[in-house]
Design a protein. Sequence first.
Length: 292
Amino acid sequence: LWWRWWCGCGYTVLLFVILATAWNILGGYTGYVNFGSAAFFAVGAYTSIFFHKTFPLPIPVLIVIGGVISGLIGLGMGYLTLRLRGAFFAIGTLALAVVLQTIVTNWTYLGGARGAYVLRPDEMEFIGPYIQYLFLLMLALTVFALSVARGIERSQLGYGFATIRDDELAAEASGVPTLRLKLIATTISGGLMGMAGAPFPYYLGYVQPSSAFGLEYAVNAIAMPMIGGTTSWVGPLIGAIMLATLQQWATVTFSSELGVLLVGVLLVTFVILAPKGIVGLVQGWRRGKAGS
């Protein structure tokens, strides 16, 4: 039992690492704050529900399909909203989440407002408990997401994202294809979030719109990179591990409400005292040490 519990907690922590990393590709590297993270996550989850009812497929295949569909939705969202900037873009992404949740809530084939059940085996041949199988899948997906983020950061694409974040008007004047780069960012970010959501129905065994489109996914996806640091792939990793572990401890020890409160308090604290996050604090300390 203890091993299943640890795998379940580990699955949740890794899930938030992927969501934070995916959000940071658009919100951190490019500077466009996305409030619709839960929508892309839910698209991945309900893609699994659809195929579970229509034509059952292995979870790795569902992860790929969920990523492709969410990526295409991210591309479409980009075409509709990326000409907006600042708060207007953020509101547009939030509106997308509301629209998608309304569609899913009224789609009876996917369970509608009542939700849908997913029957899963207790054991996997050659692997053991099913939750261990899901944990290993999420671990592999986490390595993939971090590799993508690290590769982008050190590539010409990453430098293009940084120019948009620092001064988009100057980047456009210099000939940087800003719209194309932003569309690439929304597609990659949305695709990774959808991939993270695909195994979710098999983890819980039951999914409803209020859980798949839960506010905690949107809030954590923003808070974790902000606390860890948005300018590096390491920041979302640090922030997600720290916050997700704290939330798991608070939920088990006290209540889930305390976990949400901890996220809010830490986010406000870091925004005021350390706007560049933990990575920024460490970099500042190193520069100060080198200067002295």
